[in-house]
Design a binder for this molecule. Structure first.
Ligand SMILES: [Zn+2]
Length: 192
C-alpha cells in the first residue's frame, strides 16, 4: 500500500472482475488538488477487497499487483495521460486519455489492463454477453420458484421466500449494471 491519502470506495456491483475509477470519484476526494502519491481501496461488504495506489503529476500512474491470464502475479505500473478542458461554470476539469486516444471520465481495470469503456467492451464483449446470459437465467430460475413474486408459494417457508426475493433483486442490480456497460458501447455519448 502506498503512502498518502487513502480513499475507500463502496461497490454496488459484486462481480469482482470489473473495477473502475472515475474522475468524479476522484474529485469527491479532491485528488487533483494534490500531486504525489494517493491510495485507493474498493470496498465490498464493509471490507477493502481491492486496492491500488497512483502517483499524480502531469500523468496519473497506477500501481497495483494482479494476476495474469495464466494466474501468475503481475506488477502493474501504468501511466495514463491526463488532459484538461474548461468547464461551463469556470475552471478546468481533467480527463483520462485512454490508449485508444479517447478522452474519458472513467477507466476500467481488468487484470493488467486499464482501459476506457469502449476498449473494455471491445476486448471482452463475449465474456460480458456470457455473464449477462448467466445472470438472466439465474433470474429466470429464481422467478420459477417464486411464482408471481407477490404472494408466497404454497409450502414455501417465509424465510426462503424473503431470501429468494432478495436474491432476485440483487441479481437484477448486477444484470442492470452489466447491461449498462454493454449498452454504453452502442451509445457512446451515454454517461454511466
Ligand atoms: Zn480506450
Amino acid at each position: 500500500m502506498g503512502r498518502g491519502d487513502y480513499y475507500r470506495i463502496g461497490r454496488k456491483d459484486r462481480t469482482s472482475d470489473y473495477l473502475s475509477i472515475s474522475i468524479a470519484d476522484m474529485n469527491r476526494y479532491k485528488v487533483f488538488q494534490r500531486r504525489g502519491r494517493h491510495s485507493w481501496g474498493w470496498e465490498k461488504n464493509g471490507e477493502i477487497d481491492n486496492s491500488l495506489s497512483f502517483y499524480l503529476d502531469d500523468h496519473i500512474t497506477f500501481h497495483y499487483s494482479t494476476k495474469g491470464q495464466d494466474g501468475s502475479p503481475v506488477d502493474v505500473n501504468k501511466s495514463i495521460p491526463l488532459t484538461w478542458t474548461p468547464c461551463n461554470f469556470g475552471g478546468n476539469r481533467p480527463w483520462f486519455v485512454c490508449d485508444c486516444g479517447m478522452r474519458v471520465g472513467r477507466l476500467f481495470f481488468h487484470r493488467q489492463h486499464i482501459v476506457c469503456r469502449n476498449c473494455f467492451n471491445l476486448v471482452y464483449p463475449s465474456q460480458l454477453q456470457d455473464e449477462l446470459g448467466r445472470l438472466r437465467s439465474k433470474i429466470e430460475k429464481i422467478e420459477a420458484k417464486l411464482g408471481d413474486g407477490c404472494s408466497r408459494p404454497k409450502g414455501m417457508h417465509w424465510k426462503t421466500f424473503e431470501k429468494l426475493k432478495a436474491k432476485r433483486f440483487e441479481t437484477f442490480v448486477q444484470k442492470d449494471n452489466l447491461f449498462c456497460s454493454i449498452a454504453a458501447r452502442r451509445f457512446p455519448g451515454m454517461e454511466f
